[in-house]
Design a protein around this ligand. Sequence first.
Ligand code: AMP
Length: 446
Amino acid sequence: MGFDFLGLSEDLLSVVEKSGYTEPTPIQKKAIPSVLQGRDILGIAQTGTGKTAGFTLPMIDILAQGRARARMPRSLILEPTRELATQVSESFEKYGEKSKLTMALLIGGVAFKDQEQKLDRGVDVLIATPGRLMDHMERGKVMLSGVEILVVDEADRMLDMGFIPDVEKICKAMPQKIQSLFFSATMPREIKRLTDQFLKDPKEITVDAPASTAQTITQRLCKVKGGEKEKRVALRQLLTSEEVKNGIIFCNRKTVVKVVKKSLSVHGYSVGELHGDMPQSLRTETLAGFKNGDIQLLVASDVAARGLDIPDVSHVFNFEIPNNPEDYVHRIGRTGRAGREGHSFTLTSPSEKKSLGFLTKFLGKEIQIHELPGQQKSPPKSSVKKTETPQNKKQDDHKKPQKQQVKPKPESKASRQPKKEQPVFGKSDFVPAFLLRDDGKKKKST
Ligand code: AMP
C-alpha cells in the first residue's frame, strides 16, 4: 500500500514522493488516517520508525484551514531535547514546503527576543522543549488557549529528564477539547498516568516492542579487565581493528564524555563531544560537523541517544553499560537505521557486573562476547588499519613520554577528513596522563 490511501492531500503526496518515500512505515499507515479523523493517539514507537512524519504530515493537512493569531499557537509539539525539537522543525519545513503554515521553535540556549517576535506574528505550529515554553508562558508571551493539536513526543524521555511536572502543567493550560498525540518508546507507570489523564479514547498503536533492537545491528560485548583507563585502550583497539567509518561513543556521565573525547583527540582522532553542559550553538555546530563528515567520532551522553536522525552511522560504542537498560536500545539504535547494517560494541568492566545483569535480563538474551586482541590467547587474524596497536607498542595512558613519540599536532580540516568509506584511525597510542585529567567541575550527569 502506498501513501495514496491514507487520506493526505495532493500537495503532501507530492512532497512525500519528493522525499523518496514509496511506502508508509507501519506507524504512518496506522497513525495518519486516525489523526486525520481527529482521534487522539497513543503511539508506542521508537525513533527510526518514521513517527515524525506520522504526526507532521496529517497535522499539516489539518492546520491548512484556519489562521494563526498573535501569541496563540494553533498546535504544539513538545520534545525533550533541543536537538529533537530542531529535528522536528526541519521535518516540518521539509514536509510543509507547499503549505503556508508558520512555525516557531522555542528551545533553550537561544535568545528570547527572536522567539518572542515570531510568537507575536502568530504561529500555526509551535515546537518547544518544556523548560523554554514554560519560561515564555510565565512571561506572558504565549497562551495555549488556541491550541487545537498537541503532540507529546518521546514521553518516556521527558520522564527520564524530569520534565513530567512541566508537561502536566502545559497540558493543563490547554483547552479541554483538543486532539492529543502521545508518543513514547516505553510505557512506564508515570506516563500511563499522564495518558489516562489527558487522552480521550486514544487509538493505541504499537509498532515495536520496547526491548527489541533492529535486526541489522550486530551487538558485541567486550569485557575489559580494569577500569576507565583500560577501556580507553580497548576503545582504541576497536577503532583500529573494526571498519569504523564514523561512530558515536556513549558515556553515562559528562565528566567521562570529556575525558574520552580528550583522550581520542590527543591520539589524533577526529572527534567531537555532545552533552547537556554545552552551549546550544556548539551542540548544533558539533552535530552538523558529525552529520557532514567533518567529525568522524562523537563522544556523547544520552542527550544524543534518542531521536537524533543521523542516517549513516557505522558504529556505536557504549563506553559503559547505560544506567537505564532502555537507553541501550536507544543508543545502539543510532546505527543500523533505515535497514542499513550497523555495529555496536559495549565495553564493560568487572565493576559493572550488576548493570550487565540488568541489561541481559532486559534484553532477554546475552550479548555475544567479542574478544579484544589484548585479551585473546592468539593474536587477531587481521588488523585492518594500524600495524601498531596499544599492545604491541606496550603503552598505556599513564606512561611517561618517550623520545620518538610525537604529540599530535592540531590538524587542518582537510587532513582530518578521511577518504570516503575509509575507517578512522589514530596516530599515536601514547597520551601523557595530565592531558587526560578532567579539569571540568564535577556536576550531575546528563
Ligand atoms: P523518525 O522515526 O521520524 O525519526 O524517522 C526516521 C527516518 O525515517 C527519517 O530519516 C525519515 O526521513 C525516514 N522516513 C520516514 N518515513 C519514511 C518512509 N515512509 N519511507 C522511508 N523513510 C522514511
